[in-house]
Design a protein around this ligand. Structure first.
Ligand code: ADP
Length: 411
């Protein structure tokens, strides 16, 4: 296989590890895969290379380190052209706290800073640290870069990120809005600027990332100025299994009147609420759309609430921004559900939104473009590509003396 410079992108979750080898110039994926059920009884790894799919069962208890070993010893060893063209490793890191507003080359100080943020992302950051450690052992010559989900939101002004709580909780404990999905919001911001023929530092958008997790961001002059996720990913929009915004008094009510413990409250709000909780059927938007068509009342109510709450946030972010060049839908639901987009835009007709039915139906996964009528507020569908942002950032941060260093990847 002939190939140009490649970046290995690693996304280590608490019990999974997604990997991809990608060309940072154009986002072409040469190989991708996932290790799942890590730490459980039957861990599996599956991968795709040259359109061929493979999978393998891994020994019980396999964790991130062993998956990276498998990647090196079993997958990449059969594809030396790919391995030999790697110039860097890019790691998705969920939480960088206030320390990182950009992607960085990983060194000991960065590792320590990611450790300090473990309290803010107790499931994710330890997994990222394990992945970074294992990747350093497996690829000692390659530079490693951390790309943070929180980084894009570090531009928020204080009035957007400080909660109306005693200020000491922020000063002494770092309790504030951090926001997530920053890599996705950044990608669609850059792509929206291209589609709108604007430079990134003059584009103003409202970016709605709607997947299993969902968040919305107000972007002013290419920078995040407010976002719906908060200290944790629980705040904001209705999600697959997360409640999004609720009255904080609910927590006391559940604890004191209904004897819920902290773990039960956590499970209720994070795993049993949202689309799943309302519909009593599924967290999956496709399933709900079909059920609603078949007359399932819970499914219909879940979709109605999802759209209503999203429309309210969009309205609020019109108040945040001096001007909105485009509303952007992205993520699995945002890219694929013409129904959700239609409902939300109809709800927003009072502030100038109108869906072009044909464009909305035509917008398919992998394509981007407008779905609004020519006379109405511009609305775009943009498929997100967080892996490509990670690969690009990693390639840009490669020091010049690195083996295989390709200067054309630097801007
Ligand atoms: P994650 O946050 O896990 O990355 P995704 O971005 O993949 O999630 O989004 C998953 C959601 O996208 C699911 O609710 C799924 O039902 C929804 N989705 C995917 N395709 C469609 C479709 N064609 N119509 C409606 N919803 C869809």
């Amino acid at each position: 296989m002939s190939c140009t410079s490649q970046v290995l992108v690693l996304n280590c979750g608490s019990s999974s590890l997604k990997f991809a080898v990608m060309d940072p110039h154009d986002g072409t994926v040469a190989m991708s895969g996932i290790g799942e059920a890590l730490g459980h009884d039957e861990p599996q790894v599956s991968w795709k290379i040259k359109d061929e799919r493979h999978s393998s069962t891994l020994p019980k208890g396999t964790r991130h380190t062993e998956v990276i070993r498998f990647l090196v010893d079993t997958i990449l060893s059969q594809h030396p052209a790919l391995r030999d063209h790697l110039i860097a490793i890019g790691h998705r890191v969920v939480h960088g706290g206030e320390k990182f507003s950009h992607s960085v080359l990983i060194n000991d100080a960065v590792v320590s800073a990611i450790k300090e943020c473990v309290a803010l992302a107790p499931l994710h950051n330890p997994a990222h640290l394990a992945g970074i450690e294992a990747a350093k052992v497996a690829f000692p010559a390659l530079p490693q870069v951390a790309v943070f989900d929180t980084a894009f939101h570090q531009s928020m002004p204080r009035h957007a990120y400080i909660y109306a709580l005693p200020y000491s909780l922020y000063r002494d404990n770092g309790i504030r809005r951090y926001g997530m999905h920053g890599t996705s919001h950044r990608f669609v911001t850059e792509r929206a600027a291209e589609l709108l023929n604007l430079s990134v530092n003059e584009v103003n958008i409202i970016s709605a990332h709607l997947g299993n997790g969902a968040s919305i961001t107000a972007v002013h002059n290419g920078r995040s100025v407010d976002t719906s996720m908060g200290l944790t990913p629980l705040e904001g929009l209705v999600m697959g299994t997360r409640s999004g915004d609720v009255d904080p008094g609910l927590l006391m009510h559940l604890g004191s009147r209904m004897d819920f413990g902290l773990k039960e409250i956590n499970d209720l709000l994070n795993k049993k609420s949202g689309l799943l909780g309302i519909s009593e059927l599924s967290n999956d938007c496709r399933t709900l759309e079909k059920a609603a068509t078949d007359g399932h009342d819970g499914a219909q109510l879940a979709l109605d609430i999802f759209c209503y709450r999203l429309a309210k946030y969009i309205g609020a972010y019109h108040a945040v921004l001096p001007q909105v060049d485009a509303l952007v839908f992205t993520g699995g639901i945002g890219e694929n559900s013409s129904l959700i987009r239609h409902k939300v835009m109809t709800q927003l007709s009072g502030i100038g939104y109108a869906v072009d039915i044909e464009r909305n139906e035509r917008a398919r996964f992998g394509e981007d473009g407008p779905i609004s009528t020519d006379q109405s507020a511009v609305t775009l569908v943009i498929p997100t590509n967080e892996e490509w942002v990670i690969a690009r950032d990693a390639a840009e941060l490669v020091p010049p003396d690195t083996p295989n260093h390709d200067p054309s990847t630097r801007e």
